[in-house]
Design a protein around this ligand. Structure first.
Ligand code: SPV
Ligand code: MG
Length: 430
């Protein structure tokens, strides 16, 4: 008897799945590869139904002989193991993010003489509607809030990009790319104090108040589903911080990161060129404890951000603070650095990891940005934050357009710098 392999995410089972399963089963003994939660999240959206339940559903469908786990969008590992005579798929993967996966499957099948069988795919309007509904569900606070914790369990290192309004939120939500044969997406958003302030034409000095920061978050939340990490600056006054935690938790933010500074706060990347005061371990630990005591769900996280390296207080100080802040209840640590090389961050990661195997660590490689997420992950980081890149790339582009219009007294000369009217009209769909 011939063997057949079919892979699916099976987050939403519809008539099309049942049809393709029954046609695949006619070709031979059918093994279904079920994509893991992480694999589904890389190319589509976070699944609504957890992996184990999706396996159970598929197992009960007539025609399915075996179930296996498929951990990546790429079929390579399972095809090498199973060497099925046929791989079955709908013909809709010839274009879009899955087309590279298809090419790889064809190559892998050629190597041992297997065959790809594609059945015509019929798009169903109600499925498109369901996808919209699924995104609405994922955007609800109770679904979005725990997502960062869930992703930390699934992936060795998360890739986070800044968003400072609805439009940049959409870019983080929807951009996909291919890296080394895999489809990749961002895992979530960083609502940066620098970018949120700059977008409002204000300096990054805790001037933009909480109401306004929450308003930015709401704008992003209205159009996205991915988890949000808020740059909470110093967290404000000890007595105010619990209120911030409650608000963020209620609206569905996953994590707030507060930095161990006090008084007049400026951006860390100024380093010691401006006067900045680090809070004492005792003072900052109290703030962490007050925040943790205010939280009501197990989902929300408070990370302590350590400024010792930025303020040239040394590695021992950074580590002493990390130990104390974890003891005070911090769910994770952000170790900041403005060094041109990642060496001091590597040292911190190695020494912290030797003591704390599980506590998540976030890093912000703005100045030491030759290092890849993969290497930071290998050395013990769990969250890599690209903290300011959308606003930094948008500003020069907008300024160039403004200058060119002024120089020419008309806008014809910026046509090539701009997206078309047709594209901007359809960028955000009804
Ligand atoms: C921010 O993005 O506002 C940050 C990170 O706090 S940094 O600008 O590097 O201080
Ligand atoms: Mg900041």
């Amino acid at each position: 008897m011939k063997t057949v392999y079919l892979c699916m995410s099976a987050d939403v089972i519809h008539n099309g799945h049942i049809k393709i399963i029954s046609r695949a089963a006619e070709l031979g003994e059918l093994t279904v590869g079920v994509l893991t939660d992480e694999a589904v999240a890389t190319y589509k959206r976070y699944p609504l139904i957890p992996f184990e339940e999706r396996c159970e559903i598929i197992r009960s469908i007539k025609g399915v002989a075996n179930i296996v786990k498929q951990s990546t969008l790429s079929y390579n590992e399972n095809l090498q193991k199973l060497k099925p005579d046929y791989v079955v798929h709908g013909d809709n993967w010839r274009t879009g993010v899955q087309s590279t996966v298809r090419e790889q499957v064809i190559e892998a099948l050629k190597a041992y003489g297997g065959e790809l069988v594609e059945f015509p795919y019929t798009a169903q309007a109600d499925i498109a509607d369901f996808e919209k509904d699924a995104r609405k569900i994922l955007a609800m606070p109770e679904r979005r809030r725990p997502r960062l914790r869930e992703l930390l369990k699934l992936k060795p290192v998360l890739s986070i990009l800044e968003a400072h309004n609805g439009l940049t939120g959409l870019i983080v939500e929807n951009t996909t790319a291919e890296r080394e044969g895999h489809v990749v997406q961002f895992d979530g958003m960083w609502v940066s104090s620098l970018c949120d302030s700059t977008a409002k034409g204000k300096p990054d000095i805790e001037l933009v108040d909480i109401t306004s920061r929450v308003n930015t978050i709401e704008q992003i939340m209205e159009v996205t589903t991915k988890p949000i990490i808020l740059d909470g600056d110093t967290g404000g006054m000890l007595e105010h911080f619990p209120y911030l935690v409650k608000t963020l938790e209620r609206i569905g933010v996953s994590t707030v990161i507060i930095e161990d500074k006090e008084g007049f706060k400026q951006n860390s990347l100024f380093g010691t060129s401006v006067k900045q005061t680090q809070a004492s371990i005792e003072t900052f630990s109290k703030k962490i404890m007050a925040g943790k005591a205010a939280q009501t769900t197990p989902d929300f996280m408070i990370f302590a951000r350590i400024e010792s390296l930025v303020l040239e207080q040394g590695m021992e100080d950074a580590l002493a603070r990390a130990r104390a802040f974890v003891k005070a209840g911090a769910d994770g640590i952000l170790i900041h650095s403005k060094s041109k090389t990642p060496d001091e961050v590597f040292e911190f990661l190695e020494r912290f990891r030797a003591e704390f195997k599980e506590v998540p660590i976030a890093v912000v490689p703005t100045t030491y940005n030759t290092v890849t997420e993969e290497e930071l992950g290998r050395r013990g980081a769990n969250i890599v934050i690209h903290a300011n890149h959308l606003i930094r790339s948008a500003f020069p582009a907008m300024e160039k357009t403004a200058k060119t219009i002024l120089e020419n007294g008309r806008s014809r000369d910026v046509n090539d710098l701009c997206m078309s009217i047709k594209d901007i009209l359809t960028l955000v769909k009804l």
